[in-house]
Design a protein around this ligand. Structure first.
Ligand SMILES: [Fe+2]
Ligand SMILES: [Fe+2]
Length: 276
């Protein structure tokens, strides 16, 4: 099975680039399952029902989120009827929506997807490790699920690495999101779990984590807001991670970053056909 995960779509530029590229990526590379983090897809803050549908129509199977999930208030309502939209699983009990769901990939495999948020330099939610443990106990890899993907939405690299090791051998892919900057540590952990600390964003990298540079720089210098954060609108880089899944074990047999367009150096998985 062939998986693709795309990092946080930021604003119109990142969203448009990713959604225009996705149908061809799915077709040319025979992708069985695609997960997209959409927490910044609506003008940089949150996601609308229409955008979720656009991602699904372009070939996405699941949309994950993070701390920005409720920035568009409509998400509190439509998440209840959109089972392909996930919010972090460790929000308090009673939070709308779900953080875990089981899906069927194009090859028929059952894919368990989890979205979990870190607690270091972020809101203090329920224990992400306990939450992931409970989900894996209920739906273990190789039993109920043929693949398990965990989007760890977290600020601290240490917390993401620790979670990767915590589930090594019990998940197919652990991929970080939230920092909007791709890391170069993609690897298969000793137990067989593909791991990447951060996928990076799909957005304009001539920016401060996807936003027009001026106001973030001003706030660091003056500590007085002088405007709103607006997504940068330059040519975006699509950033993600590709995984080949061993169909017997459900663990990873290969992992590689994907970067297309914009300012970052390109990266294309060697186990995919050459790009056309
Ligand atoms: Fe984000
Ligand atoms: Fe975030």
């Amino acid at each position: 099975m062939r998986l693709l995960f795309l990092g946080d779509l930021v604003g119109r530029a990142g969203r448009t680039a990713a959604l225009e590229a996705l149908p061809q990526l799915v077709e040319d590379n025979r992708l069985d399952f695609v997960i997209v983090n959409g927490e910044n897809a609506a003008r940089g803050f949150g996601i609308t029902e229409e955008i979720v549908q656009d991602i699904l129509d372009a070939g996405g199977d699941v949309v994950t989120t993070g701390n920005h999930v409720w920035d568009q208030r409509e998400a509190l309502v439509f998440i209840e009827r959109q089972e392909r939209l996930l919010r972090p699983l460790n929000f308090p009990a009673g939070t709308p929506g779900r953080g875990i769901n089981l899906f069927t990939a194009r090859n028929g495999a059952r894919v368990l997807v989890m979205n979990v948020m870190g607690r270091i330099f972020m809101d203090s939610l329920d224990d992400p490790f306990a939450g992931v443990e409970a989900a894996l106990a209920a739906c273990p890899l190789g039993d109920v699920a043929d693949a398990v993907v965990i989007d760890v939405h977290a600020e601290a690299t240490s917390e993401k690495q620790a979670l990767g090791h915590f589930v090594d051998g019990r998940a197919t892919l652990v991929v970080g999101t939230h920092t909007h900057v791709p890391t170069a540590d993609h690897q298969i952990l000793p137990g067989g779990t593909a791991y990447l600390t951060d996928a990076g964003m799909c957005g304009d990298y001539d920016s401060v984590i996807g936003m027009d540079k001026e106001e973030p720089v001003n706030r660091f210098i003056r500590k007085i807001p002088s405007g709103r954060f607006q997504p940068a609108q330059g040519t975006p880089t699509i950033c993600g991670v590709a995984v080949e899944v061993d169909d017997t074990s459900g663990l990873a047999s290969a992992v590689a970053p994907l970067r297309i367009g914009g300012r970052l150096s390109p990266a294309w998985p060697s186990f995919w056909p050459a790009p056309r």
